[in-house]
Ligand binder design. Structure first.
Ligand code: AMP
Length: 112
């Protein structure tokens, strides 16, 4: 499958890993929009939040168990933001479900 994040999971494209287990991978964003900017992705190809269903939602719940551990390991004790962009209007550029973890400073209130 021609998916950038599947290639990162496979190790065909390098990434700076922050966390990995059998269900998900967290790695630093190549174009950080905050002092800390990490992406967490499921190891199963789910195209977006709009593709979550009863069969694959276990990946999402697992990722949300992992996020606090990743945030703590990145020193985000003062808080952080979790975002997933979905589809055209959500400005999703990579069509593999991913959750942005942003932090390391006081983030702007405006969500667009
Ligand atoms: P989105 O716009 O929500 O689809 O987010 C995609 C994110 O993937 C962007 O923040 C990109 O900077 C990031 N990205 C694209 N290619 C890479 C890569 N090879 N390694 C790490 N992050 C990437």
């Amino acid at each position: 499958m021609d998916c950038l994040f599947c290639k990162i999971i496979a190790g065909d494209i390098p990434s700076k890993k922050a966390y990995e287990d059998d269900m998900c991978l967290a790695f630093h964003d190549i174009a950080p929009q905050a002092p800390v900017h990490v992406l967490v992705i499921p190891k199963e190809h789910i195209p977006s939040a709009d593709g979550v269903d009863t069969e694959n939602s276990k990946y999402v719940s697992h990722i949300f168990e992992v996020i606090p551990k990743v945030a703590a390991s990145l020193g985000l004790q003062n808080g952080y933001r979790v975002i997933t962009n979905c589809g055209e209007d959500g400005c999703q550029s990579v069509k593999h479900l991913h959750f942005h973890i942003l932090g390391g400073k006081k983030l702007p209130e405006n969500m667009g």
